[in-house]
Design a binder for this molecule. Structure first.
Ligand code: NAD
Ligand code: DAU
Length: 345
């Protein structure tokens, strides 16, 4: 089976490619990535010469390029990870989010319609449902996105369903909770806190730190997406939740303890770096997913506990300190100077 994986040089995409090449000996992968600030071929160094893997640089929103690629390659399955993925960046400038997340998805759907494929897996997010104080979102909960990022992802989901209903494009959507693990760009909460703790820099917690996220170890998500590729029903949505809800402040405390333990430092000294800063505008209070559907239909449930996953993640960042510094480019520093201006640091 031949897969087009878009955004495969990013965090979840690179973990997914590695997972598939290891676990699915009959699957070949073309990885199409624009290599934005978040995409890094170093994330796939260990598989770059793999006989079932090939990299192509390109933009999913470039219609001509995408049509040529589909014409040449005859894909069986598309797994669309490619996106602008960081909420804070969407608050500073929403335009690239509309271009990639909305237009890019529509260009891919149109190519899938024209050239024909067996399945189009759209990688979406729990953020499309918005915030929930109590209980959990199911796949039929209304979409109430809060940020430009989540609005662009919700728009892409609606386009996917429209292409399924109108043209019969064989779409399946996954909506997962917050992923964490190796190769995550250090702008997201967990790798940012690990990096800052290692460097003795402030640990900026937005607002009161009471906001809740449901954490999912990235390899568990890769396993779920693989099951959806194999057995997910066309026209359906599958929630993929980690079942590990924590307040942000709890995550930051846990990370201080883990980093301190592994570095032989005092956790109290690291906790002194925690600084409560101005809140993110429109900050969703809590995300929580009901994953009964994927559990019952596809037999998936998460296998890595938060404590185990965080320990593995801290180990990976400790062993890859040079990776962190290499991906933190000039562009990243420019981004942080704009974030400082907003008072989030
Ligand atoms: P990421 O930012 O680490 O990676 C995104 C990748 O897409 C990068 O390699 C980037 O170069 C590429 N890309 C961006 N624009 C492109 C374009 N126009 N054409 C081709 N490639 C392009 O993101 P991630 O955290 O790995 O997220 C992957 C997907 O999963 C996204 O669709 C995101 O919305 C979704 N998601 C992420 C999480 C999470 O916690 N990280 C949770 C749920 C859903
Ligand atoms: O829920 C899935 C989503 O999770 C994905 O769709 C997004 O692509 C991904 O970026 C992530 O979004 P969040 O906004 O939840 O992730 P982030 O790591 O940016 O923030 C997690 C929480 O931590 C959130 O409540 C904001 C807070 N935070 C974040 C940063 C970067 C801080 O308190 N301080 C920080 O410095």
């Amino acid at each position: 089976m031949k897969l087009l994986v878009t955004g495969g040089a990013g965090f979840i995409g690179s973990n997914f490619i590695r997972y598939v090449l290891r676990e699915n000996p009959d699957w070949g992968i073309v990885n199409l990535d624009k290599l934005t600030y978040a995409g890094n071929l170093e994330n796939l160094k260990d598989v770059e010469t793999h006989p079932r893997y090939r990299f192509v640089r390109g933009d999913i929103a470039d219609r001509e390029f995408i049509n040529e690629l589909f014409q040449q390659e005859h894909f069986d399955v598309v797994v669309n990870f490619a996106a602008e993925s960081h909420v804070d960046r969407s608050i500073l400038d929403a335009s690239p989010f509309l271009e990639t997340n909305v237009k890019g998805t529509q260009v891919l759907l149109e190519a899938a319609k024209t050239y024909g494929i067996q399945k189009f897996v759209q990688i979406s997010t729990d953020e499309v449902y918005g915030s929930i104080k109590e209980g959990q979102f199911t796949e039929t909960s209304p979409l109430r996105p809060s940020s430009p990022y989540s609005a662009s992802k919700a728009a892409a989901d609606l386009l996917c369903m429209a292409y399924y209903k109108t043209f019969g494009v064989p779409v399946v959507i996954t909506r997962s909770s917050n992923n964490y693990g190796p190769y995550q760009f250090p702008e997201k909460l967990i790798p940012l806190m690990i990096r800052n703790a290692l460097q003795g820099q402030l640990l900026p917690v937005y607002g009161t730190g009471e906001n809740v996220r449901d954490w999912l170890y990235v390899e568990d998500n890769c396993k779920a997406i693989t099951l959806v590729v194999e057995q997910g029903r066309i026209g359906e949505v599958y929630n993929i939740g980690g079942g590990e809800e924590r307040k942000n402040i709890e995550i930051v405390m846990l990370l201080c303890e883990l980093v301190a333990e592994k570095m032989g430092k005092s956790s109290e000294d690291l906790k002194k770096l925690i600084t409560f800063v101005k809140d993110r505008p429109g900050h969703d209070f809590r995300y929580a997913l009901d994953s009964t559907k994927i559990q019952n239909e596809l037999g998936w449930s998460p296998s890595v506990s938060l404590e185990e996953g965080l320990s593995r993640t801290v180990d990976w960042y400790l062993q890859n300190r040079e990776w962190i510094e290499r991906v933190v480019s000039g562009e990243y520093r420019e981004y942080y100077s704009r974030v400082y201006e907003q008072g989030w640091r």
